[in-house]
Design a protein around this ligand. Sequence first.
Ligand code: SAM
Length: 285
Amino acid sequence: MRLDVVTIFPEYLDPLRHALLGRAIERGILEVGVHNLRDWAHDVHKSVDDTPFGGGPGMVMKPEVWGPALDDVVALTGPAAADGVLDSALPHVPATVPEQVSAQDRGEDAAAASDGDRRPVLVVPTPGGAPFTQDTAQRWSGEDRLVFACGRYEGIDQRVFDDAAQRYRVEEVSLGDYVLIGGEVAVLVMAEAVVRLIPGVLGNRRSHEEDSFQDGLLEGPAYTKPRVWRDLEVPAVLTSGDHGKVDRWRRDQALLRTARQRPDLIEAARARGDLDRQDLGVLGE
Ligand code: SAM
């Protein structure tokens, strides 16, 4: 997968070179291009914003700067061609591919994610977008290319996205019901959520298959050694060696935590018919 990010703060995206994402870069699973929007600004001040039509506070990002930037990033021409890709922040490790993913599988994933439309997805982080969820991350993890447009100030002139729809599949997404200062942090969040789902990025595929939201529920509590810590004991079932009982206990804990923190998810699971008699019994208790 290739990620491109257009921003006025390229250094903000440095975390994309670290930890699991850095390792994915080293393994050739991930490429990341970060582009400074000001490379497409032409006045002496390299300005990227102007006052809003209709009046009001704040500034709006200019279409004459964003338009050419997105044209170049999709085609990897102009300043976008010169930007290169991030290298991993990790010390060099011998290239090992833990889980072989055939080019054919990747192609099928991408085709399935896009319904055969091979235009890159242009991700526009905005409080006015559809909620970004695990389903979104799962869907995007099968894409070949994602391009992120980081807004600042009052956001980006809407015509940029109306026009970009000729070259991109545009998706406006929100991280939640609050307002950030800019889109960069939202991009870091989304990139982590997406990249960890690409086959081969996590050492153990089960790690994300058992995560919260994968089956519509929150994951229950986790414990490690020692068995007793500050007089607090690990639940006995986890040291029983009985895998059936452990699975049932984990399911019960997931149901109870979800009912407590996110009753809306329990209702959705009930409506989908995902809860059996035993599950409903646990919730009833
Ligand atoms: N005037 C905009 C509004 O009220 O919808 C808020 C603009 S915000 C100060 C600047 C930028 O931060 C946005 O263009 C977007 O890129 C990013 N941003 C802010 N909140 C966000 C959220 N909840 N989800 C995703 N991106 C967000």
